[in-house]
Write a protein that binds this ligand. Structure first.
Ligand SMILES: NC(=O)c1ccc[n+]([C@@H]2O[C@H](COP(=O)([O-])OP(=O)(O)OC[C@H]3O[C@@H](n4cnc5c(N)ncnc54)[C@H](O)[C@@H]3O)[C@@H](O)[C@H]2O)c1
Ligand SMILES: [Zn+2]
Ligand SMILES: [Zn+2]
Length: 389
């Protein structure tokens, strides 16, 4: 089959690779109908997440039609499903707490040591996201093997086309969980750093949850425009000092909650960014924490900090003093997608949430490398790429 493979830093290509096969009784094989490129894939593209190998198939946002099932799968051939990017067994200590992204059974033992050494505990399995998270071939491919297919995939009712539901795989629940982690109360002012797909869904979710004002921060005019269309006030970080602007817009108090939807590759020319770009080039394990530092400094005393943005290593100059002295709460994590699938599908079905406004480009899978390059280099116009195998 054809699939998008990682070959090295900023080097991906569509190749012919082995077809997936049923390996375990709970597996299913999907024929992928739509798959998206994520900001998290850009961290792989840029080589800042360790343990990828040339030839690895990427992609963790995908949906498709069930082609084949193992004897213990609950899916049926021909069903249309969206698959969470987090692979979870459904019955371990963590899954029973609905902390699916912490599943203890989805990362094969041989891969666990890597994240155990880095983080103290093994990560769960993720599709197409390095060997640290299981080395699973991803879904930017014609076919994909889905482990624990009786737990993760959600069956899509007829009449809801792919573009309306594809983002249930990751970024919509990620935006939702990030807003939930910000513990928004009616009347709150929430600042969202980053107006990529995740940031935009954070904005949408925060408004649904009752935030009175959402202030969105980025430097891409079109992305800021999308944020404005959702009802946010905006700050272009190249035109103003973000902390000063946030103080001014909140009557000198600071936002009640801040959401870092930027992650480990902050843009800009601030001295900490330039220094950390150099560190990232020298070796993995270095994060670029500019947006997070700015968010923690801006949030009001006693406020909340939610971090959906991905970080992978050790961040220098973390403002622990501000966290402690201002009495902040911090919540973060890979999204527990399975926890939100049905509720968000219902909201999409009822027309309460629309996710299609985000898609700027549909490309055939064969042009996936172009998709990566543009989503990386031309972020203003390329807001979300959907690949069609
Ligand atoms: N927690 C999860 O489960 C999860 C899931 C999906 C994505 N993510 C992460 O969320 C983050 C965002 O994903 P995305 O798909 O929206 O990525 P993206 O790269 O498309 O968007 C990031 C946005 O942040 C903006 N930005 C960069 N530096 C900034 C700064 N200093 N201040 C304000 N804005 C700045 C960029 O201009 C860009 O628009 C990534 O780190 C991604 O890995 C996490
Ligand atoms: Zn993603
Ligand atoms: Zn589990």
């Amino acid at each position: 089959m054809r699939a998008l493979t990682w070959q090295g830093t900023n080097n991906v290509r569509v190749d012919t690779v082995a077809d997936p096969e049923i390996l375990n009784s709970r597996d299913a094989i999907l024929r992928v109908t739509s798959t998206a490129i994520c900001g998290s894939d850009l961290h792989l593209y840029d080589g800042v997440i360790p343990t990828l190998m040339p030839g690895d198939v990427l992609g963790h946002e995908f949906m498709g039609v069930v082609e084949e099932v193992g004897p213990k799968s609950t899916l049926k051939k021909g069903q249309r499903v969206v698959v969470p990017f987090t692979i979870a067994c459904g019955s371990c200590y963590f899954c029973l707490k609905q902390q699916y992204a912490a599943c203890d059974n989805s990362n094969p033992v041989k891969n666990q040591e890597i994240s155990e050494k880095l983080y103290g505990h093994a990560m769960s399995g993720l599709f197409g996201y390095s060997h640290m998270t299981g080395g699973y071939p991803g879904g930017q491919a014609e076919y994909v093997r889905v482990p624990f297919s009786d737990v993760g995939p959600i069956v899509i009712p007829d009449g809801l086309e792919d573009d309306k539901v594809l983002f249930l795989s990751d970024i919509l629940p990620t935006g939702w969980m990030a807003a939930e982690n910000a513990a928004i109360e009616p009347g709150d002012i929430v600042a969202v750093f980053g107006c990529g797909p995740v940031g935009l869904f954070c904005i949408e979710s925060a408004i649904v949850m009752g935030a009175e004002t959402v202030i969105a921060i980025d430097h891409h005019q079109h992305r800021l425009e999308l944020a404005r269309n959702l009802g946010a006030k905006v700050i272009d970080f190249t035109e103003t000092v973000v902390g000063d602007a946030l103080m001014e817009m909140t009557g000198g108090i600071g936002p009640d909650a801040v959401i870092d939807a930027v992650g480990m590759e902050a843009h800009g020319f601030a001295p900490d960014i330039v220094l950390e770009i150099v560190k990232q080039k020298i070796g993995p394990g270095a994060d670029r924490g500019h947006a997070l530092r700015e968010a923690i400094s801006a949030v009001r005393k006693g406020g909340r900090v939610s971090i959906p943005g991905v970080y992978g290593g050790y961040l220098d100059k973390f403002p622990l003093g501000a966290m402690m002295e201002k009495g902040l709460e911090i919540r973060t994590g890979q999204t527990h997608v399975q926890r939100y699938s049905q509720m968000l599908l219902d909201k999409i079905g009822k027309g309460e949430l629309d996710t299609t406004f985000l898609i700027s480009h549909h490309l055939p899978l064969e042009q996936a490398a172009d998709g990566y390059k543009n989503f990386h280099d031309n972020q203003n116009e390329w807001t979300k790429v959907v690949l069609k195998p």
